[in-house]
Ligand binder design. Structure first.
Ligand code: HEC
Length: 372
């Protein structure tokens, strides 16, 4: 570029930048971006006025992919906050993933760690997703603490498991937790589904031992979860499976007024849970017990043991709903001990009563139960 062109561009940029107490008009911003890009880092960094213009462009593009491109091209330090913003907004796009790579390359993960620990769970979950897409070597250090922090929200922790399973070190870290019996129960299904599908043969073999997928009919291994989810089902046959006596879903769940009212009604479950969450509800009921449906074991002084859902409690009585839907009212003075169960009152292993195709049909059926 000739000196003259540089100086005209500088002039143009200074004019544009001067006008920027208010937001830059889109057209002007476009011109500034073009000019700066053309001049390149060397020319811009050598000129304070151009640097000023660059600062303004950064401010105006904050939160967008363009911002990331600028930080990258001009190697601008100290932009981690803005980069993290983009990553939380575009976790599955190149811009968001590049943004996090720049943050990680800066060697300063203070802000990132704070965002992962922060109260904004939805942003933290997106950042974890973006981190998984970077495949960075820092994944275990950043994400394993989230996995074991059972105070944090389940969707965030599940996302951390999925992200970790994408790198060899991350998958290894998860298996180590499992081997030491430190992998929280509510993540075992997700970890099992992810780790049984990793591409590293040794880790995969270890996963099959430590975190086997639940068996299907006749104790045969079920296909990998991704394959199950991709199968086509027939909702009509699924409805038949649901109410089949030997499967028993309708003995505990009401759908559109039919069935026994024990567990949550499922008439709108297809609006609440995606296919993967539905599958998890069946294959590992204890993984994410629905609020208000925690099971309790109550021992009476006369030696009975009652297992069911606590439906009401007064000063004197406590009422327990047992499988089948019957409510038993007990005098508290008759209760010797009571404690919450870690296990759901929905039994695991129901898929063993049906074929793989019937499981796919059932999933399809549940997916059709939507809010009207
Ligand atoms: C013995 C009773 C029982 C049986 C049998 C049973 N469930 Fe459940 N189910 C429950 C209870 C209790 C819950 C709530 C606690 C939990 O989430 O684990 C539940 C939860 C669920 C959920 C999650 C609901 C939500 O709102 O998040 C789904 C989906 C589900 N069951 C589907 C099924 C299907 C499909 C079958 C048949 C294959 C079945 N259940 C059989 C008792 C049962």
């Amino acid at each position: 570029m000739t000196m003259r062109r540089i100086s005209t561009t500088v002039c143009l940029l200074t004019l544009a930048a001067a006008a920027v107490a208010q937001p830059i008009e889109p057209e002007k911003l476009h011109t500034m971006i073009e000019a700066l890009t053309r001049l390149g880092p060397d020319a811009v960094n050598a000129n304070p006025r151009l640097q000023d213009a660059l600062g303004k462009v950064l401010a105006a593009t904050r939160g967008t992919p363009q911002f990331v491109a600028f930080v990258q091209q001009f190697k601008i330090a100290g932009q981690n906050a803005g980069l993290i913003e983009v990553a939380a907004r575009h976790p599955a796009d190149e811009a968001g993933v590049s943004a996090l790579r720049l943050v990680l390359a800066s060697g300063d993960t203070v802000l990132l760690t704070a965002a992962l620990k922060g109260k904004d769970t939805s942003a933290a979950t997106k950042l974890v997703e973006a981190l998984g897409n970077t495949g960075a070597k820092q994944l275990p250090a950043l994400l394993l603490p989230l996995v074991t922090d059972t105070q944090r929200e389940l969707p965030l922790r599940k996302q951390a498991v999925r992200a970790l399973a994408r790198t060899q070190d991350g998958a290894g870290g998860l298996l180590k937790l499992a081997g030491e019996d430190k992998l929280p129960a509510d993540l075992k299904f997700t970890a099992s589904a992810e780790l049984n599908a990793v591409r590293w043969p040794e880790l995969k073999a270890e996963a099959a031992k430590l975190l086997p997928l639940p068996p299907g009919q006749g104790d045969k291994a079920l296909p990998p979860v991704a394959e199950l989810l991709a199968m086509r089902g027939d909702a009509k046959r699924g409805a038949e499976v649901f109410s089949r006596e030997t499967v028993g879903c309708a003995k505990c769940h009401v759908v559109n007024g039919q069935g026994v009212d024990f567990g949550p009604a499922l008439s709108e479950i297809g609006s609440k849970l995606g296919k993967d969450a539905l599958l998890e509800s069946i294959l590992d009921p204890s993984a994410g017990i629905s609020f208000g449906f925690e099971a309790w074991t109550i021992e009476t002084k006369s030696g009975e043991e009652i297992f069911g859902l606590l439906v009401s409690e007064t000063g004197e009585d406590v009422s327990v709903k047992t499988v089948g839907g019957a409510v038993t009212k007990l005098k508290k003075s008759d209760v010797a001990k009571r404690h919450p169960s870690k296990l759901s009152s929905m039994p695991a292993g129901l898929q063993q009563a049906i074929t793989v195709q019937e499981l796919a049909d059932l999933l399809d059926y549940l997916g059709t139960l939507k809010k009207k």
